[in-house]
Design a protein around this ligand. Sequence first.
Ligand SMILES: *Cc1c(COP(=O)(O)O)cnc(C)c1O
Length: 396
Amino acid sequence: MSLNLKNKGINTRVTHAGENPDTVHGSVGVPIYQTSTFKFQDADHGARLFGGEEKGYIYTRIGNPTTNTFEEAVTLLEHGYGGIATASGMAAVSSVYMAYLGAGAHMVGTDAVYGSSRMVIENEFSRFGVESSFVDTSDLDLIRRSMKPNTKMLYIETPANPTIKLADIEACAEIAHEHGAVLVVDNTFMSPILQNPLDLGADVVLHSITKYINGHTDVVGGVIITKTEEEYSRLKPVINALGGTMDPHQSWLVLRGMRTLSLRVQRGEENAHKLAEYLEAHPKIEWVRYPGLKSHPQHDLAKRQMKGFGSMISFEVKGGVEAGKTVLNNVTIPQLAVSLGGYESLIQHPASMTHANIPEDERVAAGITDGLIRFAIGTEDVEDLQADLEKALSLI
Ligand SMILES: *Cc1c(COP(=O)(O)O)cnc(C)c1O
């Protein structure tokens, strides 16, 4: 009897998706097919594979069994039609742009989107005649006003980084489709455990696997998942030709990391919720942004479209940049580093680090103030994290 995962819960899916692809030896662990090319049985077989009359592997940039196992597993978690693994999160983002945008096209995106996702449009795609409007996508009227007759794509990140502002995915899908555009959602911050944009009307969802899905701060990777066969057929040849595909060893590592995704996400969220409440009540804290707090302006939307609130918190310490630096330099458990979604806590200062390349007025207008601290919470004991923060805050 083979296992049908379609009617199983998310924890069962994460545990078993893509298991036993080895029909020769029956290995329980997924084998690494470390090969660049595949031998044809005879000349006709090769011709049938190239002609698409028969399924099979040809060349690893186009497809590989280890990578394919990972793609099928993550597609099952996002409730999609098909998945395409990429060398990095940015390879996923730029390949999606390449597939849907061209000379004369316009796209609307979240203003506080991942830095490179905006930079590659404004600095590179602009050279090929692609226009863009990056706006506050928590404001649906502003999105509507930004759509043009040539808008081909609405690209959102929710929650956005590091403002923790949300975009209403269902409403965004409606606006995009009214204008004949695709809705693409970068779901990195939520992982497939906490949010499934394809169920809410998105056409394409993508992840930086570097973050929650791999979760061990040791691999860079990305994945694109489409809702339909049509979108998959649009994207797959673009990625095959551009060449930003994932390699078999990388695929094996991320599949290994993904097995504990739901455990890590659940634990991170429990920790984040407690720390957000602790910080909000602290006299030395100016404000805390976390979708799980009632003080979050979009707390109701968070409850509606997310299955949990995640483990990313932004906060500002009273006393501005200097006080913030005291915290960053005196915590001992969270490491001072960019990135997020790993098992360990990381802390950073966006205005001088991840978002330093955005002009100051635009950065502040997008809600990324000078004193904002971004805290990616890991799976440590929450009591230890809280005591560590308390000690650092006491030094202000
Ligand atoms: C990290 C990140 C990316 C880029 O992914 P890489 O794996 O670093 O290329 C894109 N979007 C979001 C939200 C990210 O956090």
